[in-house]
Write a protein of this length. Structure first.
Length: 133
């Protein structure tokens, strides 16, 4: 967790908003939260096979060739959605898998419908579990 300070100026008054941020974009995921369910409709990505086929630099490259997934550079779209998917890394919700090596991933699933994740999962969900150190 990190401390997030945001400054806003409203009608000449400086407001300081302080809050704790967990799982924000670009942050390193924390420990796996117990009881994070895996949806029944999630489809597993064959991570080990893809890593053996070629050198992969980014996590997003593991999704190339998966049905219903379009990868352009580091932008991932599921089912032609307008926004990016929700990433769930070791139980922590985030908007991007920055800071994770593809070689640290133990398993990966795609939940194209986002079922079970509410509004945040409307553009699909990519679930990742990393290898324990």
């Amino acid at each position: 967790m990190s401390l997030d300070r945001r400054f806003f100026r409203v009608a000449g008054v400086l407001l300081v908003v302080v809050g704790l941020v967990a799982g924000c974009a670009g942050s390193k995921p924390g420990p796996r939260q117990a009881g994070t369910p895996l949806p029944e409709n999630a489809r597993e990505v064959k991570v080990e096979a893809k890593l053996k086929q070629r050198t992969i630099a980014f996590v997003e490259e593991l999704l190339i060739g998966e049905p219903g997934v379009r990868v352009t550079g580091r932008v991932v779209r599921i089912r032609n959605s307008k926004g990016g998917p929700l990433w769930v890394i070791d139980g922590v919700y985030t908007d991007t898998p920055l800071g994770i090596s593809p070689y640290d991933i133990a398993r990966m699933w795609i939940n194209a419908t986002g079922q079970g994740y509410g509004r945040r999962g409307a553009n699909g969900v990519i679930i990742i579990t990393t290898k324990s150190e």
